[in-house]
Design a protein. Sequence first.
Length: 177
Amino acid sequence: MNNSGGARQKVLTAKSATVANNCSSSQGQKSAVMRQLDSPDLLAAYLRGRRDFALHKLNLLNLQGANLSGTNFHSSQLERVNLQGANLHNSDFGRASLNRANLRDANLSKAYLNNADLEAADLRGADLSYAYLQNANLRGANLCGANLTGAKISEEQLALAKTNWMTIRPNGKRGLF
């Protein structure tokens, strides 16, 4: 009996090692999938019709005033990116990292921002009407003057962000209430 138990343990150990190798190679593939682009390459690809930039490292890019509507940035890194005045209507930023991003006066209407990290992002004057912001991190984000009409966002999330009397709440009313 001891030998069969030892043999079974060796088989289980071998299977565990195979599973561990598969998991680590999967993680390696995930990080290998993260691609980096510069501003001119991204804009040129968009003009050629490309809309999928999921899992891309796009930190520090200057995309001020760019038209990137309908673009998929799901799970991408866009930390400290300049998207001031950009058209991002109907774009997917689910699980994207937008820490300290400049989204001032950007059109994010109908954008999908579920689980996005917008900590300390500048969203002053941004159009977030009908945007989906459930579970987004808005700690320290500046929403002064932003339009949140019809947006899916909780009061708890709004309490973490900076707002003022110019901010249009999801109910369509202005103010801090």
